[in-house]
Write a protein that binds this ligand. Structure first.
Ligand code: GTP
Ligand code: MG
Length: 360
């Protein structure tokens, strides 16, 4: 079960994608006030903030904290007609085909000094342009595939079933409808095509600092993308946080009514949309967070560490994170009867601290 979390950042040119990328990854990629500042993709891996790890590290007296990670890929801006080669074209979209989530950055800040490629900022129109380009890119992929399998579908009923699904998707894409806005597609059958609009989408509205607390404005923007996740972030402010200490950053965010940083909000939304959760392992050598799918069983969770752990799974020793911290040590938690032994069918819970027993 693959659970690596990769997020591809898309949007019009000059909307703040690289500013956001730099803020999230604490990198220094070129972010500049002209369209197509980004040509080559920027790729950065970020630790997922998880304060539980620090608490566990104290109990186990280790400095070795290994958080779960998330990868961000920042690519060139898309313009209307990119599929026909306008702007930078759309070939760079191949860099985000493997991503699990697409984060579409939408300009919702006003700043006369920052040029908008279509002269005036119109979030609804901007979203439509990007979604159309994503759909056109998928259309080209699926047309190619239909050509290759059509003949085979005549003799192979399995392929024929898949072809029906392809044609359904084709129809939507021809109508300019991204697949994430449709409800009748069996995405499992399209999986190997890595279609961009078959992925989960999160809309990230890059709003003014003042709009971070403007609920009516946010409600209006959210209404543009019903049924999808939306986050409201000020990319420039997020970027400024990087030069501050943790406490100062918290204070600055709080002054704008924000309890969580943009990174934390984006991670929370990604976990939610993808149906992910994490679990923890802890010992004197290291404390570590692992990402799994919600509903994963104990052997499946073990498989994320190593496939042999899944195959040879015997049992899992599990203690709830809060119980462990309150007990002060695993020995004390065990003495209180708070450490359970769970078997193959156990469904992992969000705060599980686990030790697996397995045959090798
Ligand atoms: N006022 C304001 N300006 C911003 C904000 N985010 C980004 N900008 C400015 O917008 C300009 C473009 O930012 P980039 O991050 O390079 O935009 P991009 O989307 O990566 O652009 P391309 O790589 O050209 O597609 C820069 O001058 C940024 O400083 C914001 O939240 N508010
Ligand atoms: Mg850029």
């Amino acid at each position: 079960m693959s659970t690596s979390l990769e997020i591809g950042i898309v949007g019009l040119p000059n909307v703040g994608k690289s500013t956001l990328y730099n803020a999230l990854t604490r990198n220094n990629a070129l972010a500049a006030n002209y369209p197509f500042a980004t040509i080559e993709p920027n790729v950065g891996v970020v630790a997922i903030p998880d304060s539980r790890l620090q608490e566990l590290a104290k109990i186990y007296e280790t400095d070795n904290i290994i958080p779960a990670t998330i990868k961000f890929i920042d690519i060139a801006g898309l313009v209307e007609g990119a599929s026909r080669g306008d702007g930078m074209g759309n070939k760079f979209l191949s860099h985000i085909r493997e991503c699990s989530v697409i984060c579409q950055v939408v300009r919702a800040f006003s700043d006369d000094n920052v040029l908008h490629v279509n002269n005036n900022s119109d979030p609804k129109k901007d979203i439509d342009i990007i979604n159309t380009e994503l759909a056109l890119s998928d259309l080209a992929t699926i047309e190619k595939r239909i050509l290759t399998v059509s003949k085979q579908a005549k003799t192979d009923p399995k392929v024929a079933t898949i072809l029906i699904e392809y044609n359904k998707a084709l129809k939507h894409l021809e109508d300019n409808i991204p697949l994430f806005d449709t409800t009748d597609i069996d995405f499992e059958l399209l999986k190997d095509l890595n279609l961009l609009t078959a992925k989960k989408i999160i809309y990230l509205f890059n709003v003014d600092e003042a709009s971070l607390q403007d609920q009516p404005k946010q409600d209006k923007l959210k209404a543009l993308v019903p049924n999808h996740s939306a986050v409201f972030i000020n990319a420039q402010l997020e970027h400024e946080l990087n030069s501050l200490s943790e406490d100062e950053a918290k204070e600055l965010l709080a002054s704008y009514g924000q309890l969580k940083s943009g990174l934390e909000q984006l991670i929370t939304e990604s976990y939610k949309t993808l149906g992910l959760q994490s679990y923890l392992t802890a010992g004197p050598k290291e404390v570590r967070a692992w990402t799994i799918e919600k509903g994963a069983t104990a052997p499946q969770a073990a498989g994320v560490i190593h496939t042999d752990f899944e195959k040879g799974f015997i049992a899992a020793q599990i203690v709830d994170f809060k119980d462990l911290i309150e007990s002060g040590s695993i020995t004390s938690a065990r003495n209180k009867g708070l450490v359970r032994t769970e078997g193959k069918t156990y469904v992992m819970q969000p705060d599980d601290v686990v030790e697996f027993r397995f045959n090798n």
